[in-house]
Ligand binder design. Structure first.
Ligand code: PLP
Length: 622
């Protein structure tokens, strides 16, 4: 399975450890457990985000070369000028690495807000590449983009509304700048998957055909028709089906061709984002997958634009794409530690009395006569016994010790049934008993927050590959789900990838005493890193940036470590000033000393502990 979603970037070595090959078949393979241990030596514990910077380079090259190859093979007369949408991962190191990798291809940036534009203007240094500005804009946004134009940058303001076109025209005149303008067309073709509503007639963004013509009218009136440089569309992220992409490209290309024929000398056609990631490895149209490759995506875009342009006898445009997910998803792995489990089956053996309650005698009979032939019947019998015991308890007819023994016997019998089921052909398992595996699953408690590190899983049910990063040469013992350390029952992972399907449990190894057990959550580099929320005040996690290096014995080095948030930092985000927190606790300590509740030395020690604790990280320390 790892070879399917891992795409040559992730694998398992003979000692059962997951390895990363940031350059696929080139360079060394790095065992993730080694990186975790080295980070630990440097004082950074899990949860730990490992970024493979070489992998970012590889993704940028793969995308650009796929387009350049398609352009050359299909004798397309435009060029490819990709842009990276900062919103998918705004971290400076990530953006700079991508720009560095894309320099030879004049790979640029896409921004969707004022802060992103401010960041973009400063890190962007190649004036051959584009800065595409999407999203709603106010006057300051537009003025800031014009600063870029004055600096010789190709900053294209994509208007989402007609009023923006008017403001762009006015500000450009005031600032004496030649603007570059794009229009986002609202296509009829709707995407597929979880982000399908970004496209179609009722999309939040974009201009209808009538509005596009009106925008052209505004430009003509202002004598700025030549500013219209780019036609843009975006039908949503993670489009699993290539047919949808082809349809959208053809519809947008038709708009481009008709506008060209009307005399608008549009230079760029921007196909937006949407290039998917095969999170479950099924290579299908399931929402977590994709039925095409990066190469097929590029060829289809180039071919269909050329086909429509040739049909309409208009020049081929330069092609822009705004792939975010496909560039960054693979490069980061979140490693979390499972440090305990919540099990259904009792740890201690059940103490059966000689004169047992009737419910228990029935359960014992069922347990002892269990066989593959009577699985369904036995399952119904134990369910009934458990239900009856609950009712009797509620009516005050059952003591706690009997209730405890009923529950323990129920789970013990269920576990024996599960063992019998494992030996059966799935087709032979009675329908009613299939749910047993999920009911029996343990919950592994992991030191992280779903809301900080895996928001799309909670919010949208997005699936990510989750695998232990070591012990893979041992057969896993238990089916489990994961729960995080937030005080929120939604803080869990109970949906896992399963080739075009969703599994509710994950096979995991038994925890061994104090020995750490690490799980990797893969393909988290797109959106998850950045959308995190500080629910329960769990902040950013520790981070290491790994570079390949043949001169190092292990084949890599940790270039940078970034410590996660301290408690005082997340408190400051919610208006708790550190000094005033300390002053208030000090006043309470002084009061306790005055009332003789504390000795002065003890009081000062407690205050020092409180102050020191504020510098701890927000996650649990093991
Ligand atoms: N461009 C625009 C306008 C977007 O809204 C998005 C995200 O939805 C993207 C590009 C990036 O899309 P993806 O991550 O699917 O490549």
């Amino acid at each position: 399975m790892i070879d399917r979603w891992g795409r040559g970037y992730f694998d398992v070595n003979p000692t059962g450890n997951i390895t990363a090959a940031p350059l696929q078949d080139r360079g060394r393979k790095i065992a993730l457990i080694d990186v975790v241990e080295e980070a630990r030596d440097q004082g950074l514990r899990t949860p730990l985000l490992i970024r493979f910077q070489d992998l970012l380079h590889h993704r940028v090259r793969t995308l650009n070369e796929a387009f350049n190859r398609a352009i050359s093979d299909l004798k397309f007369r435009g060029t490819y000028r990709g842009v990276f949408p900062i919103k998918v991962n705004q971290l400076k190191e990530v953006v700079e690495e991508i720009l560095e990798a894309g320099r030879t291809y004049h790979y640029g940036l896409e921004v969707g807000s004022k802060p992103e534009l401010f960041a973009g203007l400063s890190v962007h240094t190649d004036n051959e590449s584009l800065i595409v500005c999407n999203g709603y804009k106010d006057e300051n946004f537009i003025r800031t983009a014009m600063i870029g134009r004055k600096l010789g940058k190709k900053v294209i303001l994509v208007a989402e509304k007609l009023s923006e076109v008017r403001t762009i025209v006015r500000v450009a005149k005031e600032m004496n700048v030649e603007p570059m303008l794009g229009l986002r067309v609202r296509l009829m073709t709707q995407g597929a998957g979880k982000w399908a509503e970004s496209g179609g007639e009722h999309a939040k963004f974009g201009l209808s055909t009538a509005e596009i013509l009106a925008a052209c009218g505004i430009l003509a009136e202002a004598g700025m028709s030549s500013a219209f440089k780019l036609l843009h569309f975006h039908i949503g992220s993670q489009v699993p089906d290539i047919l949808v992409i082809k349809r959208a490209v053809r519809e947008a290309a038709r708009h481009y061709a008709k506008l060209r024929k009307m005399g608008h000398r549009i230079e760029y056609m921007d196909v937006g984002g949407g290039l998917a990631i095969d999170y479950d490895g099924s290579r299908s149209t399931f929402h977590s997958s994709m039925n095409y490759s990066v190469e097929e995506y590029a060829r289809d875009i180039v071919f269909n634009i050329a086909d429509i342009c040739d049909d309409e006898k208009v020049p081929h445009p330069n092609i822009v794409s705004e792939s975010g997910r496909a560039i960054v998803a693979h490069h980061s792995v979140l490693v979390v530690q499972a440090f305990g489990s919540i099990e259904k089956t009792p740890e201690a053996p059940i103490d059966i009395q000689t004169e047992e309650h009737k419910l228990i005698r029935n359960l014992l009979d069922t347990r002892d006569s269990l066989s593959v032939q009577n699985l369904a019947e036995s399952w119904h019998d134990i369910l009934q016994a458990k239900e009856e015991s609950q009712k009797m308890f509620e009516l005050g007819l059952l003591n706690l010790d009997v209730k405890a023994r009923v529950e323990a016997l129920f789970w013990e019998t269920a576990e024996r049934m599960q063992k019998l089921i494992t030996a059966l052909d799935p087709a032979e398992i009675p329908e009613d008993v299939v749910e047993l595996r999920n009911k029996l699953a343990d919950q592994y408690i992991c030191n992280f927050s779903v809301f900080q590190s895996l928001l799309d899983h909670w919010a949208l049910g997005a699936l990510f590959p989750v695998v232990p990063i070591h012990r893979l040469h041992e057969r896993p013992g238990a089916e489990s789900t994961l729960v995080d350390i937030t005080c929120d029952s939604e803080g869990k992972v109970s949906k896992f990838i399963d080739l075009s399907d969703v599994k509710e449990t994950l096979p995991l190894h038994a925890l061994r005493g104090d020995e750490p057990y690490y799980l990797g959550i893969f393909l988290t580099g797109a959106y998850q890193d950045i959308m995190g929320d500080i629910h329960n005040l769990f902040g950013r996690v520790n981070e290491v940036h790994v570079f390949l290096d043949d001169d190092e014995e292990c084949g890599y080095y940790i270039e940078e470590t970034i410590a996660g948030n301290q408690i005082r930092e997340v408190l400051a985000m919610t208006q708790y000033d550190t000094q005033s927190l300390i002053a208030k606790v000090k006043a309470q300590v002084d009061g306790a000393i005055k009332q003789d509740l504390l000795k002065p030395t003890e009081g000062m020690r407690l205050l020092a502990d409180y102050e020191r604790g504020l510098k701890d990280q927000t996650y649990l320390s093991f």
